[in-house]
Design a protein around this ligand. Structure first.
Ligand code: CU
Length: 280
């Protein structure tokens, strides 16, 4: 009988371990749906993902140990089998153990956590700086080293479809409410520093794939940085309730390989010069 009970507990633990592995690592490959946290595309997002995995596995191991002990006690040492509860009321050894062990675990988790925080707040060594200003309800991007500046607002298609009585089915609009007229164009593989502020109320600049968001506060300049690993289009939104049209100020970042980005910069600067000459 005892053997059978041990077998049941071992089986339950094994099933729990397999389920945890499957949900986290195997299921996404089969279903195409990430159950786990998404990986993002920047070096910071990678750091956050790795930190998340370390903490997650610490939690999984603790969970397995605690539940194994609990179910083993419930099943194997139950009263109906003649087991009696211990009568002691104090154990110095147990108290030391359940103080020291959690402290060691917390310190162990704080080390990679602190290093990630320091990395987040270290925009030094950036190769270029972009100033981002939030307005109700659009974004302004200024490339401080390249003399390029433009506004980025919701596309006309999304804007038309969102109006009451427009009779446009939003489902027919591609990237409805997530598309802008002028995306922020950035190079891949270069460290880019952001200076983030706002002109009217508090906004927040957030592109989930970059792994962070930052408030845009009038009168303050917040810093952030990104080093994008993969070319592509990344979307985000204002993440601070900033007013009536808060939901209509999306963010689109076009990440280009460095040479294509340089070509884009030259093209923009040529456009600026031409516009300047026409203005004169
Ligand atoms: Cu906003």
């Amino acid at each position: 009988m005892k053997k059978q009970n041990t077998f049941i507990v071992s089986l339950a633990v094994l099933v729990a371990v397999i389920a945890a592995f499957w949900l986290l690592l195997v299921a996404p490959a089969h279903t195409g749906n990430e159950i786990n946290m998404t990986r993002g595309v920047s070096s910071l997002a990678e750091t956050h993902y790795n930190l998340h995995m370390i903490i997650l596995w610490v939690c999984v191991v603790i969970g397995i140990l605690v539940f194994t002990a609990m179910f083993t006690s419930i099943v194997l040492h139950r009263k109906s089998k003649g087991h009696e509860a211990a009568q002691f009321s104090h154990s110095t050894k147990a108290e030391i153990a359940w103080t020291v062990i959690p402290v060691l675990i917390l310190v162990g988790m704080a080390i990679p956590g602190t290093s990630a925080l320091v990395q987040m707040e270290s925009p030094g060594g950036a190769e270029m700086t972009v100033k981002i200003t939030g307005y109700q309800w659009k974004w302004k991007y200024e490339y401080l080293d390249q003399d390029i500046a433009f506004m980025s607002s919701l596309t006309a298609e999304s804007n038309a479809a969102r109006q009451l009585g427009s009779n446009i089915d939003p489902r027919t609009v591609e990237n409805y409410l997530l598309d802008v007229d002028n995306p922020l164009v950035l190079p891949v593989g270069r460290k880019i520093k952001f200076l983030i502020t706002a002109d009217d109320v508090i906004h927040a600049w957030w592109v989930p794939a970059f792994g962070w968001k930052r408030d845009a506060v009038p009168g303050y300049i917040n810093e952030g940085w990104v080093e994008i690993n993969e070319a592509g289009t990344y979307r985000g939104q204002c993440a601070e309730l900033c007013g009536m049209d808060h939901g209509f100020m999306p963010i689109v970042v076009e990440a280009l390989p460095a040479d294509e980005y340089d070509a884009w910069v030259s093209q923009q600067q040529a456009g600026n010069t031409a516009a300047g000459a026409a203005g004169n």
